[in-house]
Design a protein around this ligand. Sequence first.
Ligand SMILES: Cc1cc2nc3c(=O)[nH]c(=O)nc-3n(C[C@H](O)[C@H](O)[C@H](O)COP(=O)(O)OP(=O)(O)OC[C@H]3O[C@@H](n4cnc5c(N)ncnc54)[C@H](O)[C@@H]3O)c2cc1C
Length: 401
Amino acid sequence: MSTRQGTGTAGAHHVVILGAGYAGMAAAIQLAARTKRRGDVQVTLVNAQERFTERMRLHMAATGQQLAELSIPELLEGTGARFVRGWVTAVDPDTKTVRVDDDRVLSYDTLVYGLGGVADTSAVPGADEHAHTLSGAQDAELLAERLARLGSGTVVVAGGGLTGIESAAEIAERHPELNVVLLGRQEPGATMNRKARSYVHDALRRLGVEVRAGVEVVKVLPDAVESADGESIAADVVLWTSGTRTSPLAAAAGLTVDERGRVVTDAALRSVSHPDVYAIGDAAAIRQGYGVMHGTCQGGMPTGVHAALSIGRVLRGRQPRPFRFGYYHTPVSLGWQDAVVQFTRPDDSPRRFCLTGRTAVRYKETVTASPWPTYGRMKKMPASGAFWPRGGRFTRLRGTK
Ligand SMILES: Cc1cc2nc3c(=O)[nH]c(=O)nc-3n(C[C@H](O)[C@H](O)[C@H](O)COP(=O)(O)OP(=O)(O)OC[C@H]3O[C@@H](n4cnc5c(N)ncnc54)[C@H](O)[C@@H]3O)c2cc1C
């Protein structure tokens, strides 16, 4: 039997935010802090766990490092926002309801969709059954336990992107008894400038990671991976970091989605098919002048803040403004004591300048640790969260100012 729940104050405009990741937290705090005094807006944040998952640290958790206990309900205290812990199982834009854990139904006037993304293990046969992922804290803990029990053997990290590089480096440093092989279509750091790329290569070599570029994994078996050219590469453990996919809920709800299931938005971050639904973070396909944004925390938090600002404007009878965001850096850890930070143009292409070594480690740690204190500051001073690079001519869409 299902129970229909109001979302709080009778007569208030109900904003339900799905997903308390980097983007959803930013949206919830920003909106609640800005509307607290009005009393006619009720914000409800729904998330699978009460503990905030620092996704940017999951490669560290995968080698047994303890992450901080960050409580979402505690952070929301004093904002007036309500927290609902549960698994969202359906969204119905016709009745404007959301189903949680199959037995609770929440009504909304405005929905913010921020369910993030997970590793795409559907891309090749066997990945779902045999490979580990870093899609959530539990996955990281499972991998940590497996690596701790292994003693010796080979860990194959499939996917030479940033998560693959960070994971391979961390595992090799924490488990020198294991062989770590990093497989990817492209060489690691392919999007960086020559200096940063060769720094990544040298660091991986120093840590003993065997890097194999130009390898397309087409199958994962219980004890190996198979490449497109028929080679079998032995693996006691496979970590799958190649590609991401998003929750099927948006497509099932009839929202317009792209080929990866991300909600296609207009310039103000509203769903192009359902304007009372905003989409943010990794779950959204947001077009900028340089193309569709790719999933990062640096871009995700601004999308959450912008959605909150837009909702506020619409409630005051004004037009929402177009969202604009330009990238500025790519920080990559290379184990605990090394890192590289590639500074970028707004379209994410590499600039000439990069940081390496201990300066880069300090920079990366500052960036990784910053979201939680930022939310704390936004509670008191919402305007403090509204600064990010707009990207100038790189992000301007034709027809927008
Ligand atoms: C190892 C690693 C390192 C990274 N390093 C960086 C970095 O250095 N810099 C950077 O900018 N980005 C980095 N990223 C990417 C960054 O973490 C993501 O882009 C970011 O987490 C996206 O934020 P989000 O809020 O959209 O989604 P998420 O942070 O994934 O949050 C989504 C939330 O929704 C919840 N959820 C999902 N489905 C449901 C459901 N059906 N019901 C209820 N709750 C649900 C999830 O549990 C989660 O809490 C890294 C990612 C990884 C994996």
